[in-house]
Design a protein around this ligand. Structure first.
Ligand code: AMP
Ligand code: ZN
Length: 454
């Protein structure tokens, strides 16, 4: 069955064909590690995770690269403002590297909790300064760059396809040419290298042929993706905010330098909203995963919530919708825990599932098919089919919850067993109530009594 993906470049669903048979190279724009990644950011990585799981499910070998922005991302995407890393380091009185290591570790912990598979290669901007300088030199040689008092800029008017991803209005772009933004020649031009205002003040700065400074935010993604995946590769992902600035800039730098097509398929996930607006650090109203855990949500309940919408639809987050996802997820796992394994596979349901996921990653429909399967009393092969589906969902659907049985709880369970053996049902019920008060419930199944958290 062929996999169809919506390519932002063509604004169409296309059949996916990798450059090399059976192998996929994929690059995802990663976190800027000056602060926590909030659950909006994580929504985007859950999307990238099921995309990769679906590629693997289709028997592709996947090489997944993700960058870590630890320098050069300014507080404004328009190449002005302060470097987010330097600002955080100053505020916290720490070294920029300490901040980066700290937040990267927290991010990786969150990925683990959400069953997001780690990329094959993590690459940090600060560890690829040489590659970025080399790329800027190539662009300089070809005449795409110019110098201002604060850095080396890319002249977007020299790259004829600049508008192809964002589908920017060409007339608007032309008009932009007349607008001088500081010393920029065109509104859309962007920094490749920024000079340190006063060398010696910034924590992170390097020598370059143009002076002491640091790379612009966009150049790292071109330099590192091409280093690890080649000058043309299969898939590039990001959030919808990258369609208008960051990704057109990546395309311009890469294609101007190599003369080749940079990426074949561009996939963008839409935003997680909070009260109708993009969840973002600058707007406030963000949640981080550990806060949800403190509110007794399991991270996989958040993953479940992410799967209830298509990645090209925005999702309005609230604790109420998360609560609904929690109830649904718990119910689903409970139903599954009572199904016995007949060692078969249910081809009919699996085929429907395959069509859904291969139709531009339609996870909400895939979830509906799973629900239909678990509720279908006549269906055979449920367990093995669920197991196969869970390779993509990543929801630990067959994993039994481990419950720590305290001494008190253990004693009550044994007492209830004795009461049941003696057919003292009143006593057994009283003990069950006590157990409920401790926050646990008991389920008597053919395989014995199971303890669950309420
Ligand atoms: P940053 O750490 O700011 O560079 O963002 C990391 C990634 O999260 C980027 O790919 C953004 O597009 C994405 N992102 C930021 N905010 C949201 C949001 N509210 N919903 C979904 N994705 C987001
Ligand atoms: Zn990027």
């Amino acid at each position: 069955m062929s996999l169809k993906l919506y390519n932002t470049l063509s604004r169409k669903k296309e059949s996916f064909k990798p450059i090399k048979k059976g192998v996929v190279g994929i690059y995802g724009c990663g976190p800027t590690v000056y602060s926590h990644q909030h659950i909006g950011n994580l929504f985007r990585y859950v999307f990238e995770d099921y995309l990769i799981r679906i590629l693997k499910y289709n028997n592709y070998k996947v090489k997944h690269v993700m960058n870590v922005t630890d320098v050069g991302h300014l507080t404004s995407d328009a190449d002005v403002g302060e470097d987010k890393m330097e600002k955080a380091a100053r505020k916290e009185g720490k070294k920029a590297k300490e901040i980066a290591d700290y937040y990267l570790k927290l991010f990786r912990d969150d990925l683990k909790k959400l069953n997001i598979q780690e990329p094959n290669i993590w690459c940090k901007a600060t560890e690829h300064i040489k590659e970025q300088i080399e790329l800027i030199k190539r662009l300089e040689k070809k005449g795409y760059t110019y110098k201002t008092s604060d850095g080396i800029y890319f002249d977007t008017s020299k790259f004829k396809d600049y508008e192809k991803l964002a589908k920017l209005n060409i007339k608007g772009l032309q008009a932009g040419k007349r607008v001088k933004v500081k010393e920029k020649k065109n509104k859309t031009d962007f920094a490749l290298w920024k000079f340190s205002e006063k060398p010696g003040v910034r924590q992170q700065e390097w020598n370059s042929p143009w002076g002491i400074g640091f790379p612009g935010w966009h150049i790292e993604c071109s330099a590192m993706s091409m280093k690890y995946l080649g000058e043309t590769f299969d898939i590039h992902t990001g959030g919808e905010d990258h369609i208008s600035v960051h990704h057109p800039n990546e395309i311009a730098q890469s294609e101007a330098a190599t003369g080749k097509k940079f990426v074949n398929y561009w996939l963008h996930s839409r935003w997680l909203l909070f009260k109708g607006e993009k969840m973002s650090k600058s707007r406030g109203g963000i949640y981080i995963l550990s806060e949800l855990e403190k509110k007794e949500f399991n991270p996989l309940e958040y993953r479940y919530l992410c799967l209830t919408t298509h990645y090209r639809k925005q999702l309005n987050f609230s604790l109420d919708t998360l609560k609904k996802a929690q109830i649904a997820y718990k119910r689903l796992k409970n139903i599954i825990s009572e199904i016995s394994n007949d060692k078969k596979i249910n081809e009919k349901y699996l085929k429907a599932f395959d069509s859904a996921i291969n139709d531009d990653l339609n996870m909400p429909v895939a979830l509906q098919i799973l629900w239909k399967l678990v509720r279908d009393e006549k269906a055979k092969g449920k367990i093995n089919t669920i197991k196969k589906m869970d390779e993509v969902f990543g929801l630990d659907l067959l994993k039994k919850e481990k419950i720590e049985i305290s001494k008190e709880l253990g004693k009550l369970i044994r007492e209830r067993e004795t009461a049941r053996k003696n057919k003292d049902w009143d006593e057994a019920d009283k003990i069950r109530e006590k157990i409920n008060k401790l926050g646990y419930s008991l389920k008597d199944t053919k395989a014995g009594t199971r303890v669950e958290k309420l």
